[in-house]
Design a protein. Structure first.
Length: 287
């Protein structure tokens, strides 16, 4: 059986997107491993299935390259929104999407019948240690000094349905992201489920630069949720304004914190890389 898919990228995290409304998808975990290891998904961060939902317009299921199901990804959310509009699954410009991390709300900016910019409300940041896989005696894990290799680094963590940790440093361009990213990710005494790590440099009150270490994957060209994590903590610590531009390798995103709702909005484009088919008969030859 052949399954149509689209590879998309939203200034970071490229995923394989599959319409699971009009195509019958089985063995999702095996398919996710196959896509990442054996087919056009090489170099992607995983697979996204767009499914029906009883409480939202759509349901987004996201899978890691190892086949395990993940919680939520801001860039995957934005590309999913572009997919459902550009491919005619909806004509709505305001969309609700169900994820394990909760209900997400997205507004599309449309030109020539294509979504060219996406504003995603990724919800309320969760600071409580009860909702973050962090082992600490404090109610919140915010700006805590932690020994990492040869440094003592201040780490702050929260969850958007998936754990993210940020450390503010002086110069992200020359920083050893791999060395310190691995050390923080694999500190299982603090992060029993591992964590994504954002290294952020506050250039001024309107501009932040980040580099992102994705757990189980390595450094990425960008992560929307990592951008929001850096911005939220910079705002919370009084380092930047409530609306800020965040630069990552893949491009700039705008992050805004609505103080009335405590929700965080991320705005930026997404684009299609290519489309093709997966022949699931080949999955039997996986090693």
């Amino acid at each position: 059986m052949k399954i149509r898919f689209t590879k998309m990228q939203a200034y970071g995290n490229p995923y394989i997107y599959i319409d699971a409304i009009h195509q019958n998808i089985t063995n999702e975990n095996e398919l996710a491993r196959f896509v990442s290891d054996k087919h056009f998904g090489v170099g992607s961060d995983g697979m996204v299935m767009i499914c029906p939902s009883e409480k939202c317009d759509f349901r987004m299921r996201i899978f890691n390259p190892d086949g395990s199901e993940a919680e939520m990804c801001g860039n995957a959310l934005r590309s999913t929104s572009k997919y459902v509009y550009d491919y005619g699954l909806t004509s709505k410009e305001d969309i609700t999407i169900e994820t394990i991390g909760g209900v997400q709300r997205v507004h599309l900016f449309v030109e020539d019948k294509k979504a060219v910019n996406i504003c995603a409300d990724i919800g309320e940041p969760r600071f409580s240690k009860q909702q973050i896989p962090v082992q600490t005696q404090l109610d919140e894990f915010v700006d805590q000094p932690v020994a990492v290799l040869d440094k003592t680094m201040n780490l702050s963590s929260l969850s958007w349905g998936n754990p993210h940790t940020v450390s503010f440093i002086d110069d992200v361009d020359s920083f050893d992201v791999e060395g310190y990213g691995k050390a923080i990710e694999c500190n299982l005494e603090l992060f029993p489920q591992k964590t994504n790590v954002t290294f952020a440099q506050v250039v001024n009150r309107d501009y932040i630069k980040i580099r992102e270490w994705e757990r189980n994957c390595g450094e990425t060209i960008g992560c929307g949720t990592g951008c929001c994590t850096a911005a939220v903590f910079a705002m919370r610590l009084g380092m930047c304004n409530r609306k800020v531009t965040v630069h990552q390798i893949g491009g700039d995103l705008t992050v805004e914190w609505d103080e009335k709702t405590n929700h965080v909005f991320m705005t930026g484009p997404s684009h299609i890389i290519f489309e093709s088919e997966i022949d699931t008969d080949d999955m039997q030859y996986m090693v």
